[in-house]
Design a protein. Sequence first.
Length: 110
Amino acid sequence: MFMTGSKFVYIWRYMIRPGRKADFLAAYHSEGDWAELFSRDSNYLKTELLQDVSDENVFITIDYWTSESARNSFRESFADEFGELDKKCEAFTVSEALIGDFVVQGGDAT
């Protein structure tokens, strides 16, 4: 549960390759390869995977961290592992785009 305050999230949009949905889901769902890597850092909170209702090949990920600096520190500490997984996952998508970095403003998110 999130406490009132500011947690950090970053959001990505993906268009997956035809025939690669199972691979994409295995890597990007809330307990997938990315979440497994992120969970090696105690400042990682969770990942949400959303599928577009009008285009089954479009997905959004929302990764929750205690702060932007925590996410950045993770990226530095796990740069090699992150790069390897990112390279592997390129085969699953036609395109990916960072929507942006955001601060959660109050409320609960579980």
